[in-house]
Design a binder for this molecule. Structure first.
Ligand SMILES: C[S@@+](CC[C@H](N)C(=O)[O-])C[C@H]1O[C@@H](n2cnc3c(N)ncnc32)[C@H](O)[C@@H]1O
Length: 279
């Protein structure tokens, strides 16, 4: 790693970057020319998220391509990925053509190959990319309404299928009843709280990526309502939310007919509602 110029560090620190030294190092490593470095430091000092300046975000050990104007994958979402990988590893979701195990839950094993995984509201496709890396020969589909996000997701999921449109609408009908894991990090900030987000998010991430409606659960409710039609028997829906919103999010998943539970990470201040299609 290059030693950052102290002027760059000072410039970033003055602009309010708390980790100015680390950021200066990353920018210095990423820039191919002095002019490019100048331009990148300017963008960062003007408030663009570091990841959008670099062009990538670290997520589950992967470098996820992120373009300006696309939601930056958050490290807390790695918790959802871990839950999804655990569900797949338990083997209680059945790939197409498999028959249910009459003796109940299966023993722990590596995530099963061939599972159909859908990353809904995929943004740059970080969740789908992380699960594709974790599951051998998974059939990964991802979808988002935002064309810029879809372009990123196509780069991050070279072996996957990325669709553009409103929630389930662009998914191939052939996936109905076949999905082992349906993972979704939907917008879940209540409209009235958007103003309290850090300026980086407010100014440089698209409003539809953040705004979840009056109580933050509008999109989550639509995803929950549609999930049973796409999940395989035994398949799981996993949706990220906040610990505060989790009881209402769980109720929405239960109302859709899935058996729901909530798992939280207080360290990351995040919750995941897990719904299972029983039959
Ligand atoms: C909070 S961001 C999460 C992105 C990605 N899942 C991640 O964790 O990095 C929510 C995403 O949902 C997408 N979105 C919002 N409403 C949508 C809709 N009705 N249909 C499909 N995607 C939608 C936004 O474009 C945005 O990319």
């Amino acid at each position: 790693m290059a030693v950052p110029d102290s002027l760059i560090v000072t410039r970033l620190r003055t602009a309010g970057c708390v980790f100015a030294e680390d950021e200066a190092r990353l920018l210095t490593d990423a820039a191919r020319t002095a002019a490019e470095l100048d331009a990148m430091v300017d963008q960062r000092a003007a408030g663009l998220p570091l990841e959008q300046v670099l062009g990538w975000a670290e997520f589950c050990g992967l470098r996820i391509t992120v373009a300006p104007g696309v939601f930056v994958p958050r490290r807390r979402t790695e918790f959802l990925v871990r839950q999804a990988a655990a569900v797949l590893a338990r083997g209680d979701t059945l790939p197409p053509g498999d028959t249910p195990d009459p003796d109940g839950p299966r023993p722990p094993r590596e995530a099963r190959p061939g599972a159909v995984i859908v990353d809904l509201c995929c943004g740059a496709g970080a969740i789908g990319a992380a699960l594709a890396a974790a599951v051998d020969r998974a059939e990964v589909h991802a979808a988002d309404i935002d064309p810029a996000a879809v372009r990123c997701a196509r780069q991050n999921l070279p072996g996957g299928h990325v669709h553009q449109g409103d929630l389930y609408e662009p998914l191939p009908a052939s996936l109905r009843g076949r999905v082992a894991v349906l993972a979704a990090n939907v917008p879940y900030v209540p409209t009235g709280e958007i103003g309290f987000l850090p300026p980086e998010a407010r100014a440089h991430e698209p409003r539809p990526a953040l705004d979840g409606g009056p109580d933050g659960l509008d999109v989550l409710r639509r995803v929950a309502a549609g999930a049973p039609g796409w999940l395989a028997p035994g398949g799981h829906l996993l949706i990220e939310t906040s610990e505060r919103q989790a009881p209402r999010a769980e109720a929405a998943v239960t109302a859709s007919g899935l058996a729901a539970r909530v798992t939280c990470s207080s360290d990351l201040d995040v919750a995941v509602v897990i719904g299972r299609r029983l039959s």
